[in-house]
Design a binder for this molecule. Structure first.
Ligand SMILES: [Zn+2]
Length: 155
């Protein structure tokens, strides 16, 4: 149990099993659905900043992370979200003893420096996930609160 709490304190995320299935078969065998509760903007002064851009899955655009399965011989990583096999770029000199930082098990949350190759810096995205399973009166309050929150957002 303490492992779950430690991971939540580190990343602001709580998952059903703290594991993402590594293969389609593993995903199909899951009795409990994979889910996560994420606390965005959780203060964490110790987040490592990587001096290069993220390596993205060519299918779903997710980012290389410690949950990815890596084939060190073929220099391929498998996306844990869509199971797409992706090649590492030529400049990644990767082996089991020489991992890029984003594969370190303790680096589940990292920041990347924006570079010319990663493209221009995009403005922040604000995402509201709203549970609408409530009585109609509360929906009205919710609409009002969301409208006020949207007015506070920058252009
Ligand atoms: Zn993917």
């Amino acid at each position: 149990m303490s492992e779950f709490l430690e991971l939540e304190a580190q990343d602001g995320i709580r998952m059903t099993w703290n594991v993402i299935p590594g293969t389609k078969q593993d995903a199909a065998n899951c009795v409990v659905p994979v889910s996560a509760i994420y606390t965005p903007l959780k203060p964490n002064p110790a987040i490592p900043v990587l001096p290069y851009g993220p390596l993205r899955c060519r299918m779903c655009r997710s980012i290389l992370n410690p949950f990815s399965i890596v084939d060190y011989v073929a220099k391929i990583w498998v996306c844990p979200f869509c199971f797409q096999r992706n090649h590492f770029p030529q400049h990644y000199s990767i082996s089991e003893s020489n991992l890029p930082a984003e594969l370190f098990p303790q680096y589940t949350t990292v920041e990347y420096m924006s570079t010319a190759e990663t493209g221009p810096v995009v403005p922040p995205v604000f995402l509201f996930v709203v549970d609408t399973c409530m009585i109609e009166e509360e929906i009205g309050y919710l609409k009002s609160a969301l409208a006020q929150a949207i007015e506070l957002l920058p252009d």
